[in-house]
Ligand binder design. Structure first.
Ligand code: GH3
Ligand code: MG
Ligand code: MG
Ligand code: MG
Length: 299
């Protein structure tokens, strides 16, 4: 797996400390700086660094207050924080860990120990990210899995509750896939599922467009900021794109190629929208698309 450059935010009111820490760590990661607590909060939110080296005693906001703010914000709560401070006593050290710090280093620090501890934490962070990615990817098709879908739907639906915006949620189901497996074998069925996943990944490339495998031969698509007119275009593109893959399906009753049916809802902004209702509606419309002859969408 390709290693991505990690980012460390160094927070210290003392310029000489910032400079020394940068010199020690610039080989391990990209370094950014904050010289007070206020700036630390802003830069943490803006850059989402992997790790923060956080001074405690600063003229404006203390490092303890900074970490408290970061741990209480969904966006920044998972950033690892190492305190690096002159408060060299057990009570402050315990407080640092209780507030969510992952390490506590006394000043004056020993350069080789700082490097060793930071490298160990960077490795742990790298591993955690990798596990997090694996936990959210469907192993067969490479698209997102059901677990990730639940998270994304929850967030996207929450986001449109009080904002004037639309959201397209679609459930896509392969037509006569049981016959495909029966005719060509389960292995070929797996290959076809992968091809459908790949086709969907190629269509949806905007950063917030989302594709997941929902269950066996069903996929879910979530497109933020999508009104009814764009939805119509998108949905006919999907149905067409799968047909254009020309995956032979001689056992299908609708087409000599593999096709899909789609049920979709454009969700309007409203305080009462709920994920379960949206999925139920999309599923009913999928059922209708099947009944109307398959190889089509129903909106
Ligand atoms: P319809 O057009 O009404 O959707 O018919 P269908 O045959 O696609 O629907 P049904 O729900 O009866 O069959 C779904 C099939 O999908 C059955 C199952 O064997 C197959 N399937 C589910 N998951 C996998 C998988 O991971 N690999 C393979 N090869 N097949 C799968
Ligand atoms: Mg200080
Ligand atoms: Mg199905
Ligand atoms: Mg099916």
């Amino acid at each position: 797996m390709k290693t991505v450059e990690q980012i460390i935010l160094i927070v210290d009111d003392d310029k000489a400390n910032r400079k020394m820490l940068k010199e020690l760590l610039q080989e391990q990661a990209k370094i950014i700086f904050a010289k007070n607590g206020k700036q630390a909060k802003e830069l943490a939110k803006k850059h989402l660094p992997d790790l923060i080296l956080l001074d405690v005693v600063m003229p404006d906001i203390s490092g303890f207050e900074v970490i408290d703010t970061l741990k209480n914000n969904d966006k920044t709560m998972n950033i690892s924080v190492i305190f690096i401070t002159g408060l060299a006593n057990d009570d402050d050290e315990e407080r640092g860990f209780n507030l969510g710090g992952c390490d506590y280093i006394y000043k004056p620090f020993k350069p080789n120990i700082v490097i060793a501890r930071v490298m160990m934490h960077l490795e742990l962070i790298r591993q955690r990210k990798m596990l997090d990615e694996i936990a959210h990817i469907d192993a067969l098709t490479g698209v997102n899995n059901r677990r990730k879908m639940d998270l994304v739907l929850k967030n996207e639906v929450a986001a449109i509750k009080y904002k004037h915006s639309n959201l397209l949620v679609a459930i896509l189901d392969i037509d006569y896939f049981k016959q495909y497996n029966d005719g060509y074998g389960h292995g070929a069925g797996d290959v076809a599922l992968r091809q459908v996943g790949q086709a969907l990944r190629e269509i949806f490339v905007r950063p917030r467009d989302f594709v997941a495998r929902y269950g066996g031969e069903e996929f879910v698509i979530v497109l933020p900021d999508c009104d009814k007119a764009s939805a119509t275009i998108m949905l006919s593109n999907i149905v067409q794109a799968i047909q254009d893959k020309k995956i032979k399906h001689q056992y299908s009753s609708v087409s000599p190629q593999l096709t899909v049916s789609v049920g979709a809802v454009v969700v309007q902004s409203s305080p009462s929208v709920a994920v379960a209702d949206i999925m139920k509606k999309a599923d009913d419309l999928l059922y209708q698309a099947k009944n109307d002859g398959r190889n089509q969408y129903c909106l």
